[in-house]
Ligand binder design. Structure first.
Ligand code: MG
Length: 346
């Protein structure tokens, strides 16, 4: 037996019967020869980790714009926290940890610069709207590797596409809205578990709110600090999913209600706070003006390594370019295009 087959057969003993076993993957869009050493999901995880889009997450906003403080989350550290939360639960539930990790590392690859402000602007400008979820899929299917895409497995692409909850209910979604695999469902909830905790932590760090501003009902139900809250949510998810015999990956109703309340509280007190909104307004203007600039001069995008062919929809190409930018890239480009540049001496 080759190494991959040994790993695949070890999964048979290690994983529960409801897990997505690597050897039964529905495969890739374009068939390829299997890796002799790694399972299909290990390969997918590595492809995502080595992609350029993944490295750009380092300089994309989570909540605070291009933060100078070293301890604030960025889109990259958010992604890593989602991945770790999800992997912990995957192992406890005997689900496929490699598949879980691949989905988690890929889930936010399509995020714009300036967080949801960037997403909102592109959504307003584009005739068919814009959502980071669809863009994440576009990155892995089309944009990475100079237009060749990463040719990921169907399970990883499904998990990426269906990870978002918007502001809707955490529970009670119809089955068709949920990822097809339990691993995908796990990442979907790990995303919210990670961000309500780290965004709250960063908001306190940034002086936007005080620890004691968090309603006492939430503190007593979920815990008083990040570590306690993570523990409450993770333990609850594992126990509830086991008790439901893996019908879906789920939180208990009381904990899901408190997580939803915490998320809604963060929306009012952090995401929509005057300080965050003020920065978002400025960031929106940057992206909007860049968009208009390239609509007027589409050929200039070639200078920046973008495709610009006659039969392509120019708005979509510009959106791909803008969405790919990091916060600092967008701000530098804006400065270069719109600010007078000092003459350089010869
Ligand atoms: Mg996320």
């Amino acid at each position: 037996m080759i190494i991959r087959e040994i790993i695949e057969s070890a999964e048979t003993n290690l994983l529960c019967e409801y897990a997505c076993h690597s050897q039964f993957s529905k495969g890739r869009h374009t068939e390829e020869e299997a890796c002799p050493v790694r399972t299909i999901f290990q390969v997918d995880r590595d492809r995502i980790l080595h992609s350029k889009a993944f490295r750009r997450l380092k300089y994309k906003t989570q909540v605070f714009l291009a933060p100078e403080g070293d301890h604030y989350r960025t889109r990259l550290t958010h992604t890593l926290e989602v991945s770790q939360v999800a992997r912990t639960m995957a192992r406890a539930l005997r689900l496929n940890e490699d598949l879980t990790e691949a989905i988690a590392l890929g889930h936010d690859l399509g995020h714009t610069p300036f967080g949801h402000a960037g997403e909102r602007v592109l959504n307003e400008i584009l005739p068919d709207g814009f959502h980071h979820v669809n863009q994440s899929l576009r990155v892995v299917e089309l944009l990475e590797k100079d237009g060749k895409g990463l040719n990921l497995s169907r399970e990883v692409r499904d998990g990426i596409l269906r990870h978002s909850k918007g502001r809707g209910a955490l529970l009670g979604r119809s089955r068709k809205d949920l990822p097809a695999t339990l691993e995908g469902q796990l990442v979907r909830l790990s995303d919210v578990i990670a961000y309500v905790n780290h965004d709250l932590d960063d908001a306190i760090r940034g002086g936007l709110i005080n620890k004691n501003d968090v309603p006492s009902v939430l503190r007593s139900a979920l815990g008083d600090d990040s570590s306690q809250r993570l523990n409450t949510m993770i333990t609850d998810l594992i126990e509830t999913t086991l008790a439901a015999d893996y019908a879906t990956v789920q939180l208990s109703v009381p904990v899901a209600e408190q997580v939803t309340r915490l998320r809604d509280w963060l929306h009012v007190n952090v995401y929509q706070s005057a300080a965050v909104e003020e920065d978002f307004r400025k960031a929106s203007r940057v992206l909007r003006e860049l968009f208009e600039y390239f609509v007027a001069k589409p050929q200039e995008m070639v200078t920046y390594g973008c495709r610009c062919e006659e039969d392509d929809c120019i708005e979509i190409l510009i959106a791909d370019f803008l969405a790919s930018m990091t916060d600092r890239y967008a701000m530098n480009l804006y400065q270069k295009l719109f600010f007078p540049q000092p003459w350089k001496s010869t």
